[in-house]
Design a protein around this ligand. Sequence first.
Ligand code: ADP
Length: 477
Amino acid sequence: MKKILFASSETHPLIKTGGLADVAGSLPLALAELGQDVRIIMPNYQGIKNCEPGRYLCTVRVNNCDVNLLETRLPDSDVIVWLVDYPPFFNFPGNPYLDEAGRPWPNIGERFALFCRIIVEVATNRAYLNWHADIVHCNDWQTGLVPALLSLEPNPPATIFTIHNMAYQGLFPGSTYAQLNLPGQLLHPDGLEFHGMLSFIKGGLSYSDRITTVSPTYAQEIQTPEFGYGLEGLLAHKQSHLSGILNGIDVSVWNPANDEYIAKPFSVDTLKDKLINKTALQQQLGLPVDSETPLFGLIGRLVEQKGIDLVLSCLQEMTTLPLQFALLGSGDKSIEYRLQEFARLYPERVSITIGYDERLAHQIEAGADIFLMPSRFEPCGLNQMYSQCYGTIPIVRKTGGLADTVVDALPESISNGSASGISFNDASAAALIEAIKRSLVLFHNRPVWKKIQRNAMVKDFSWQNSANQYLALYNEI
Ligand code: ADP
């Protein structure tokens, strides 16, 4: 049994801004089920919800700050969560990275440097918790200083650093280094320095024993200039220690057979009941109720990464095709505005909901026929997996985890029973609209469509498989 300290800046359902929270809320649980002793560590934000209040454990002094450690658990589980409680940094409204007005916290570097220092104290049993980690599993730049700081310790635990998104690197002006009072030995081009700046993510890449990312294809992509953001050389140099492990999904939350948010639960054996969910969704969104018109769904952050600009370029033409489109998301204000304009002009075809709504997300997954995910890059992606479980055929761009989890419906894959979606290569509106038209043809070929739905619904996206791969890696180092 390994003692694993799982360090993350967000954990579902305590606090979530994206896919990292889903991983932090699921992987430790799956590892615990495999008999491992896993503890999660994260900051004690004001916005934390859905868990018992943290019980005070101890106070640890780092960098002249007295920091409390509190203990709670992941809801409905025995997995311990240690909350790093330092009110001057974390007791504010807003999310882990942005204030209430959507501006990055001005002291975000100080916040996560403190978080990293505490992780080091806990991992090395200097926090009086009588627990010494064998493995510290760090996630994204917010924990990047941990492998670097641990490299200065005698007998440090082994470290894994998982990249959930290379686009976020924790880059700060060089002067921040001295402000954070970080040890001088780490500031060099093979360490935390990146072209004269301080890079948190380089701490994880340069000093951890293994680097993972969240899909095999993304592990290859980040070794190229297009996806590596200047760190492709370092990643290529580390390639023998770099691998991709696909995220799983939480099948207790995303299962059409017992989804309490949807009008009528269904499974691969009662696929016809999916139509009840489509009807309910059309009614709820004010779209004409029509079983024959394919309903396209999209859920996600409205940012360029997700290819939302491609969707906007296609929307005019989409309104001339026999289809409906339901979108749920929030993000870039100008994108939100332009989408809402389409809904205003074409209320019979387009429904746009701006906001974050877990219930509606489930209802769209259950009620839509087709799911759009034309991401420019996608480290792993979750919605294309949810979609397949719900028999909602995803249209994806062939990149990252989308390439690894969706099998394009081509004659061969249809006949051998592996087709589970539609994929396209170019990040262009023309390629997307062609894929949409391809999906319309397939949709109206009912026997083939049912076959693709069935193929998609029986795929296993549970965490068990991924957790076993992580465990194999922990045992290797
Ligand atoms: P990313 O982490 O890049 O945002 P992922 O697909 O990996 O993308 O994970 C996004 C998660 O957030 C999914 O669980 C998705 O359903 C959820 N999500 C994103 N936007 C919304 C929204 N507006 N309402 C409800 N859920 C959302």
